[in-house]
Design a protein around this ligand. Structure first.
Ligand SMILES: Cc1cc2nc3c(=O)[nH]c(=O)nc-3n(C[C@H](O)[C@H](O)[C@H](O)COP(=O)(O)O)c2cc1C
Length: 333
């Protein structure tokens, strides 16, 4: 049984009263979700009707924060009003937040696609977050600004507070953590990726930091396997995060038993809930990331799997007594 000192109990009570929930939760909570069933992301101010971009947008850069949206031939290429992304829960229906956008770059796709012809890149200009009432949200922002000011961990991405708070809203939509792997004559690699869109249509986006040593191999192999895994695998998924820093790995070091993917024979986790095989169609550059446009060749399985949500949203779910299944050591209420 875990014991808490009176001091930590006191600060827990304070956090719950003034900040909306326990600070023992990780900032990004691994949950079990089927993102498009759980929530909806609408692009507003981009034409007369809001566009459902839930499955065709991705965070493509963290610093500055940039968002990529795949657009169809018959969709507008310029804003009708001030564009924004609205994150909504489906059931009970309600707004979780809004991120105001500024169009940055329009990338015409060379790939012929049944659905998409353009990748529109947006910068963010501010947000509102509906996961917490305004007075407590302001206090949370204050605490976070203070934490950011004193954060000197070189491994942490130094985002501006405004952009970080926009990220929080974007993670009210559960972001699937894919286990991505490839096979190259010089070896294999397998790592987690959440800078990715869904693949509702034939195309999807995967974003690699440009410093990744595996990128030249991905360019050459031109084939990737994109898998979803159960939320119980979260510790193992975080464990292979370090594989982003190497080009290839020794298969025996993987925490997953693997099996070959059906068409390309790429090693994928044996317990994967879904396996999607994609070809790398084109690669575009934003300041510090490379955006891979992938096309689905085969897809099997699906359903709820590991995703990440921001703590403010998970705390709201806890307060409302309807948390998603999560992989967290402390189930703080
Ligand atoms: C859950 C998870 C998702 C990640 N998603 C991406 C991604 O989409 N693109 C990318 O370039 N790096 C991604 N990374 C890599 C991290 O940004 C980081 O570089 C990596 O984890 C190594 O840092 P570390 O040694 O501090 O873990 C991801 C890492 C984790 C753990």
């Amino acid at each position: 049984m875990s014991r808490q000192s009176p001091g930590s109990l006191f600060s827990e009570q304070l956090a719950k009263a003034f900040l909306g929930g326990s600070l023992k939760l990780p900032m990004w909570v691994p949950v079990e979700a089927n993102p498009p069933e759980a929530a909806l992301v609408l692009l507003e101010g981009w034409g007369n009707e809001p566009l459902d971009v839930s499955q065709r947008h991705a965070i493509v850069e963290m610093n500055p924060l940039l968002i990529g949206v795949l657009l169809a031939d018959d969709e507008p290429l310029a804003p009708a009003a001030e564009p924004s992304l609205v994150v909504m829960e489906r059931s009970p229906a309600g707004n979780l937040g809004r991120v105001r956008l500024c169009p940055r770059q329009r990338i015409p796709l060379a790939t012929s696609s049944r659905e998409f012809s353009t990748l529109q890149i947006f910068a963010v200009e501010g947000c509102s977050n509906d996961c917490l009432d305004l007075p407590r949200l302001r206090l949370v922002y204050l605490v976070e600004r203070w934490r950011l000011a004193f954060d000197n961990n070189p491994r942490n991405e130094k985002m501006s507070p405004m952009e970080l708070f926009c990220m929080w809203v974007l993670y009210s939509y559960p972001r699937r953590v894919n286990v991505v792997s490839f096979l190259h004559p010089s070896g294999i690699n397998m790592f987690p990726m959440d800078l990715a869109s869904g693949f509702a249509g034939d195309l999807g986006i995967l974003c690699f930091h440009r410093a990744r040593p595996c990128l030249p191999l991905v360019r050459e192999a031109r084939k990737l396997a994109v898998c979803s895994v159960p939320v119980e695998d979260a510790p193992r998924v975080f464990g292979i995060g370090k594989n982003h820093q190497i080009a290839t790995l020794d298969r025996r070091e993987l925490p997953f038993e693997t099996m070959p993917s059906p068409t390309f024979g790429i090693p994928v986790p044996q317990g994967a809930l879904s396996i999607r095989e994609v070809t790398v169609e084109e690669i575009h550059e934003v300041p510090r990331h490379q955006i891979v446009i992938g096309r689905t060749v085969s897809s099997a399985g699906g359903g709820a799997a590991m995703a990440l949500v921001h703590r403010l949203y998970y705390q709201r779910l806890l307060r409302e007594g309807r948390p998603m299944r999560a992989s967290i050591r402390e189930r703080a209420g």
